[in-house]
Design a protein. Structure first.
Length: 640
């Protein structure tokens, strides 16, 4: 097996590439022409490595008698502890510095397997030039060469019980600058002075010099770092640093670390800061800061001075996660930002939630939303927890997160920004209640919404039959319920029904008046209101207010359980969650409910809006009647 090995004083090639600019290979020998046995084939004992040495990638290798051909490698030395010596041809790197890499393995675990590396022409080799190899294990090694101005040189490998392969020399043109942490600020906590630690770690064969007084370091001036060194800062400081090998130096890197100076002691003070100001927010226990909502890296807070969103984004997280109603105290550093009226403490490199303490309240009242605020007043509650009724999620005013477009809802949640509400489910207050208002248009969802809560804005009277159509199932209902069954002649017969199906029109007479009922855990259906037809006579459901035809093809059920029709454009709209009857023109349409047949009125009578209109005997609506005979609420009446 072949793997990478890193000596304490050597640097493997992979790491070197990130330290220097490694350019062209100026010398390479892979020994692949050797067809003997031993070494790369995993054999290290017995009759091996006795073939003729073949080094063909480069000419003019110098080989002594104790160098042997093995399997795609060469062996130096023999079992009698005699050294083998192998010298490269002349190498011309064209630069002052070069990197030598090679692979080697020892054999014979009872003997010392040591490889010595030397060079001609006063060339220096940095690192350990006498390497004790691992027995029967191929490892990669590298050393740095300083030519000291020599135009060429040779490298000699001397060793006993050694396998050698992949000898490569590459030019080194420059040294990369040392790495400093990004420029930022650092802060004290409430009891300790502010400090920041900067660690400089030179790569192998390099040194680092740095300054903290504004001067520029060179290869001979500044503080010297040859091993890892930590600089502790306690004031605003500019660090300048270079890395170098001999006289080959990197560019100077400069970073400034600023001691934080802006401190605030309440949410109101933080919210008043200039935009993008980094500050430390300290919340003492007497501020009674509480968590309104926490999720997905955000925490909405309210203290006795204001509200704030702490937004850590994806770079950090709360530990532990904040929970609704908890107290919070301590300090945190962040940048003040505003998004559509919402103040945020945004995450920076100095943000650390470890200095915040979370605790459950003991005797304090639970946090609660501001109740029933007006829709047009929502921008005064940004960052707060509110409840608001009858919000149309149409994007033109208030937007409710996670709710389908054009839904009408009651919502309890956090006002996040720009009149947007994030629903939250705390304190048994439902985050979202879908509203169906008899006086407003209802928009069905594109797909079914399961486990929904629905509030109806409608009254169902116990004193007469009510037409009723809703977009969700109601398994059971007290009182009487009827559905359209068949047509006999011109009579529409109704039969008993036991439950309400989404979209289907019904006649309903409850045991008691039902006023604005609310239904939990229902499936708000995407189905349209249905039209039930028998032989051209239909019972038509309507979720929203609906205009009826004035040609007598549309009929409605009056409050005295009779059929009527609109006699003018001013009186042709029925309210939502109802149903109407669609019949042929001038049909003598009747209803049969519980074997009782209704009659048809030729005047509007009392329609669903609850007003009683007055008509003369010609069927004309009268606004200011004088003395005479009139029809009021479907009955003749004398006005004296």
């Amino acid at each position: 097996m072949r793997k990478t090995y890193l000596l304490l004083l050597l640097c493997c090639f992979a790491m070197t590439q990130g330290t220097w600019a490694i350019n062209d290979v100026v010398f390479s020998e892979n020994c692949d022409q050797n067809s003997g046995t031993g070494g790369r084939d995993g054999r290290y004992e017995g009759s091996i490595a006795s073939s003729t040495v073949k080094l063909t990638n480069q000419d003019s290798w110098e080989i002594n008698a104790k160098v042997y051909g093995a399997y795609q490698c060469v062996r130096l030395g023999d079992g009698s502890n005699n050294n083998g010596i192998l010298t490269t041809p002349s190498i011309t790197p064209g630069t002052t510095y070069a990197l030598l890499t090679f692979s080697a393995a020892g054999w014979g675990d009872t003997k010392e397997n040591k490889l010595t590396i030397t060079a001609t022409n006063s060339v220096d080799i940095s690192g350990d030039t006498q390497i004790t190899l691992e027995n029967e294990e191929w490892l990669d090694y590298s050393v740095l060469i300083n030519t000291n101005g020599a135009s060429n040189f040779k490298i000699t490998f001397t060793g006993r019980r050694i396998f050698l392969d992949d000898v490569i020399v590459r030019r080194v043109d420059l040294v990369e600058a040392p790495t400093l942490p990004a420029s930022d600020s650092f802060w004290p906590n409430t009891t300790e002075a502010a400090t920041k630690s900067i660690t400089l770690s030179p790569a192998s064969f390099t040194s680092i010099r740095y300054t903290t007084n504004g001067t520029t370091p060179t290869t001979s001036t500044g503080n010297l770092v040859t091993a890892s060194s930590t600089i502790v800062l306690n004031a605003t400081t500019t660090i300048k640093a270079i890395a170098y090998i001999g006289t080959l130096a990197s560019e100077v890197v400069t970073k400034t670390y600023t001691l934080g100076t802006t401190f605030v002691n309440s949410i109101a003070e933080f919210n008043s800061l200039a935009e993008n100001t980094e500050a430390q927010l300290y919340l003492s226990t007497d501020k009674n800061a509480r968590v309104l909502h926490g999720a997905d890296g955000k925490m909405y807070l309210r203290d006795n001075t204001g509200t704030l969103c702490v937004d850590l984004g994806s770079a950090a997280a709360f530990n532990p996660a904040p929970a609704h109603n908890q107290h919070i105290a301590g300090w945190i550093v962040g940048k003040k930002q505003s998004v559509n009226g919402l103040s945020k403490l945004a995450n920076t490199t100095n943000t650390n939630t470890n200095h915040l303490a979370l605790a459950a309240p003991v005797t304090e009242a639970a946090t609660a939303p501001v109740l029933n605020i007006a829709t047009d007043d929502i921008n005064n509650y940004v960052g707060n927890w509110v409840t608001i009724k009858d919000v149309r999620n149409d994007g033109s005013s208030t937007t409710v997160s996670g709710i389908y477009n054009n839904a009408l809802v009651d919502v309890s949640g956090i006002v996040t920004a720009n009149n947007a509400i994030l629903p939250v489910n705390y304190a048994n207050i439902k985050p979202v209640v879908y509203v169906i208002d008899e006086e407003k248009e209802f928009i069905s969802p594109d797909t079914n919404i399961e486990h929904a809560t629905v509030r109806l804005k409608r009254t169902l009277s116990k004193d007469h039959w009510n037409t009723f159509t809703v977009p969700f199932n109601i398994p059971s209902q007290t009182g009487s319920l009827r559905e359209y069954d068949e047509l006999v002649g011109t009579t529409m017969k109704f039969k008993d029904a036991s439950s309400i199906e989404a979209g289907k029109p019904y006649l309903m007479k409850p045991d008691n008046d039902i006023i604005n009922p609310e239904y939990d855990d229902v499936t708000l259906s995407a189905t349209d209101a249905q039209k039930i037809t028998h032989n051209g006579y239909s019972f038509v459901g309507a979720y929203s207010p609906t205009e009826l035809n004035t040609d007598k093809t549309h009929r409605f059920l009056t409050t005295d359980n009779k059929l009527g029709y609109p006699s003018s454009d001013a009186a042709k709209t029925i309210k939502g969650m109802r149903a109407y009857f669609e019949v042929p023109v001038n049909a003598d349409a009747r209803l049969m409910i519980d074997d009782e047949t209704t009659v048809i009125n030729n005047v509007r009578g009392k329609i669903a809006d609850g007003r009683s209109d007055i008509y003369n005997l010609n069927g004309q609506k009268v606004l200011n009647p004088t003395k005479g005979l009139y029809v009021v609420n479907g009955k003749k009446m004398v006005i004296k």
